[in-house]
Design a protein around this ligand. Structure first.
Ligand code: ZN
Length: 177
């Protein structure tokens, strides 16, 4: 059984060593990273933010995303169904989930027109961890997955401090439209 498992694992890993799951065109649905419908990334805040935390870390993450990529950003009021990222806090100490990205509306182009990013206040208890998770989920909203993260990149999962994208992910984000 051990040998069989090793062979199956080898077959699974080998072809994907150089592959990178980057969804350059179409939104497969669910929580899979999904390319948005343009390079102007609008965002708003929904839910009960003030009860949990200051939202400045979200603006930090959005501004670095703006600086590092070809995307432009705009903070808008929520409403309508074309906001690229709706930021939503939740508060659940009984889950391992720190944050989650979900495309909730796919446009005619097959790209995402409206996504949610949820962040768990109960698990993200300091500013740098919140900012890292904001960077991480925001990366998903621009189509990058967990492939090829390193210590310079916020697509590394977990409680971390880094809030930048590495060149690999920046290249993907800038060629996604
Ligand atoms: Zn992730």
């Amino acid at each position: 059984m051990a040998l069989l498992a090793a062979v199956v694992l080898g077959l699974t890993v080998a072809p994907s060593a150089e592959a990178d799951q980057y969804y350059t065109r179409y939104c497969p649905g669910g929580i899979t990273p999904c390319v948005p419908d343009g390079y102007h990334h609008t965002y708003c805040f929904n839910g009960n933010w003030d009860a949990y935390w200051d939202r400045a870390f979200v603006h930090d993450a959005m501004q670095r995303f703006d600086h590092q990529t070809n995307y432009t950003i705009e903070n808008k009021a929520c409403g309508g169904s074309d906001i690229d990222v709706v930021w939503l806090p939740f508060n659940d100490p009984n889950t391992g989930i720190l944050g989650a990205y979900q495309c909730v509306s796919v446009g005619a182009s097959g790209r995402c027109r409206n996504a949610w990013i949820q962040l768990n206040a109960a698990k993200l208890t300091n500013y740098t961890h919140r900012r890292h998770s904001a960077c991480h989920e925001l990366g998903h909203s621009a189509g990058v997955s967990h492939d090829a993260p390193d210590n310079t990149d916020c697509l590394m999962s977990g409680l971390r401090d880094n809030w930048s994208y590495n060149n690999h992910h920046i290249t993907h984000m800038n060629s996604g439209q």
